[in-house]
Design a protein around this ligand. Structure first.
Ligand SMILES: Cc1cc2nc3c(=O)[nH]c(=O)nc-3n(C[C@H](O)[C@H](O)[C@H](O)COP(=O)(O)OP(=O)(O)OC[C@H]3O[C@@H](n4cnc5c(N)ncnc54)[C@H](O)[C@@H]3O)c2cc1C
Length: 331
């Protein structure tokens, strides 16, 4: 398989996934070794294209076409996959006309983000700046403006790349995913959503429609990523969210990207943090656990040892900044 001009991380992530046999044939990317040969022109296999005019119509189409259908949102991950013949959907359901899925709004004590919300909106949105600066931190370092102009919340989460930044962000803020199917909608935690590399709980015939995040008083959040060059995928990244009451941590979330075969949700760290006052000693202990619990692999981005070090160091840094923001000492 020669991904040619496609971005290198896509190549390495998929090579990793395929070599680890994490992408089972019944899952998302079929026929990786079929038809496409070195030197071939990279064009997708033939497919039928439908443009949904409503959310209900999209679900109806997805249901009708079943396993053979795929949603296309920004297309920044799916189309490269199709060119590589790692994905060969027979039907594409385009949801770009579903503007009702493009929003960031507050509903009571939750912040809701529609699945078609673009990276650029999440970078610039005032509500996200106010309640979840972790999105601003992460969006600043996701890809480049052309990708951010088109790529979406739903596409990022459903792609379920272990290096994907928004997945780690959503893990940290304890987001829940709202999935719509023919029998109605259901809401799952991010941990339930992330079933494995490139595999989510959003199955055939279903559409991810929204992400809901609990808003806590006196809360702060932060994201930090180490990349080889600007716009690159993470060598390692961490996101943290904390809420304080009477000087103690009452809510804690930690998500890591690129240091395991899936997005890392570290509940052991969260338990250690809860009930304690923020301190350097506490964050050092959290960092030790984060480094211990991750399972990075060596690749062109770095050695497993280096990535494990990053998991600890970045955990410490984002906890510090999240605590400072929760205490109102930093914007
Ligand atoms: C050059 C380049 C650099 C990048 N760098 C980074 C980076 O540094 N960090 C990072 O996190 N990401 C990065 N990305 C990925 C980028 O964030 C993409 O926007 C994202 O992965 C996919 O979003 P999309 O809307 O384009 O999804 P698409 O490509 O349209 O879809 C991706 C997958 O999700 C499915 N899907 C999409 N929407 C839904 C939905 N609502 N319900 C169900 N299934 C759905 C599709 O069927 C497909 O399987 C990069 C991409 C490129 C091309």
């Amino acid at each position: 398989m020669d991904p040619g001009p496609l971005n290198h991380s896509l190549k390495s992530a998929l090579t990793y996934a395929l070599s680890e046999r994490q992408l089972s044939g019944s899952q998302r990317y079929r026929g990786a070794d079929r038809e496409q040969r070195e030197g071939d022109v990279q064009v997708p296999a033939s497919f039928q294209y439908e443009r949904a005019r409503s959310v209900d119509e999209a679900v109806t189409m997805l249901r009708r076409f079943g396993e053979e259908a795929r949603v296309v949102a920004g297309g920044h991950s799916l189309l490269p996959m199709m060119k590589l013949r790692l994905a060969q959907p027979e039907f594409l359901v385009d949801i770009n006309d579903l503007h009702e899925l493009d929003y960031v709004r507050q509903e009571g004590s939750e912040l809701c983000i529609g699945a078609l919300t673009r990276h650029r909106t999440m970078l610039e949105n005032e509500l996200l700046w106010r309640y979840f600066p972790i999105f601003r931190d992460a969006e600043r370092v996701i890809a480049d403006p052309p990708v951010r102009n088109r790529g979406t919340m739903g596409g990022s989460l459903c792609q379920a790349d272990p290096s994907e930044d928004l997945s780690a962000v959503c893990a940290a803020v304890h987001a829940r995913a709202v999935i719509l199917g023919a029998d109605g909608s259901r809401t799952v935690t991010m941990e339930e959503f992330h079933k494995g590399p490139y595999e989510t709980d959003c199955g055939p015939g279903e559409l991810l429609v929204e992400v809901r995040i609990p808003i806590h008083p006196n809360a702060g959040s932060a994201y930090e990523k180490v990349e080889r060059k600007v716009g690159d995928w993470a060598v390692g990244a961490a996101g943290a969210a904390l809420a304080l009451r009477d000087g103690r941590i009452v809510e804690a979330g930690l998500g890591l990207a690129a240091v395991g075969s899936n997005t890392v949700h570290n509940h052991r760290v969260e338990e250690v943090l809860r009930g304690n006052a923020p301190s350097e000693e506490l964050f050092a202990e959290a960092a030790r656990i984060a480094a211990e619990d991750c399972s990075p692999s060596t690749d062109t981005r770095g050695s497993a040892e280096y990535k494990r070090h990053l998991a600890g160091e970045l955990t410490k840094r984002v906890l510090r900044r999240a605590a400072a923001r929760a205490a109102g000492r930093e914007a």
